[in-house]
Design a protein. Structure first.
Length: 269
């Protein structure tokens, strides 16, 4: 297991839910005035060194969230992208979403492969609550700079408040990706094969990227402090599992376990 902390920031996002009232008479500047909340914290986790790796790496990343004060969302997950809600009727919520993609270096088992550049993914999301204890969420995102592919995630989470301050949740996940995505992360062209020693591999189309299951235990330690323990398992499928990177140096089985703590600051503008 690799016990190293990456020097790059792995997760830092600002979340602003922009209501329709922001465009009403008075405009955006009037919307800025009011009560706000800033959430800061950190996450420590043991996860694959890279997508498809067999070795695990310990990493620490910050948690940053900024938004207008208001009713808390019925359910949120650490897997959710940075989201801007444009429609919410209590049962159905939809809007824009995005994800920050950090650089994948060409070292270790990746030596000789082209790096994946820093960039992101942007697209839309929709989530529905069939019951008061179940959320189904889907995201579709287009790669920006890091890759030129499309990624789609579907997650189902059942959640239960076992006490007023403790919630448990979990459910299945499935991920899809286009050929361009698989080529960026799992393809090995002739030059890369010669440099790395991996067999040449050219993904043939898009499809299912992985299936898995995740769960979390969230404890509202105080009115302002929330701590969590989470775990995820996913099994790479299709073009990802067939890659020489996974077959010769990695593993289709991907495990993640971690803890996080976040504190909320309230202020007025």
């Amino acid at each position: 297991m690799a016990n190293r902390i990456p020097t790059s920031i792995l997760a830092a996002a600002v979340m602003l839910a922009l209501p329709a009232s922001a465009h009403a008479e008075g405009g955006l500047f009037d919307w800025v005035h009011g009560d706000w909340k800033l959430i800061v914290g950190a996450t420590g986790m043991v996860a694959p060194d890279f997508e498809g790796a067999k070795d695990l790496m310990f990493s620490v990343s910050p948690v940053i969230s900024l938004g207008k004060a208001g009713p808390e969302a019925r359910f949120t997950s650490r897997n959710d992208g940075i989201s801007f809600s444009l429609y919410d009727n209590g049962r159905l919520r939809a809007g824009a979403t995005g994800k920050i993609i950090f650089e994948r270096d060409s070292d270790g088992d990746l030596k000789g492969l082209d790096p994946v550049r820093f960039g992101g993914e942007a697209g839309g999301f929709a989530e529905i609550y069939p019951t008061d204890w179940l959320r189904v969420r889907g995201e579709v995102r287009q790669g920006i700079r890091s890759h030129s592919g499309v990624v789609a995630d579907i997650r189902v989470d059942a959640f239960k408040d076992i006490t007023p301050s403790v919630r448990v949740s979990g459910g299945p996940r499935i991920s899809f990706a286009s050929e361009d995505y698989f080529d960026s992360y799992y393809g090995v062209n002739a030059k890369e094969s010669a440099r790395s020693g991996l067999s040449q591999y050219d993904p043939d189309g898009g499809g299912i990227k992985s299936i898995g299951f995740g769960g979390a235990y969230d404890w509202k330690t105080t009115d302002r402090l929330t701590t969590s323990v989470f775990s995820e398992y996913s099994r790479l499928m299709g073009e990802a599992a067939d890659s020489s990177l996974v077959k010769e140096r990695g593993s289709p089985n991907q495990f993640t376990i971690g803890v996080s703590a976040a504190y909320r600051f309230d202020f007025t503008m």
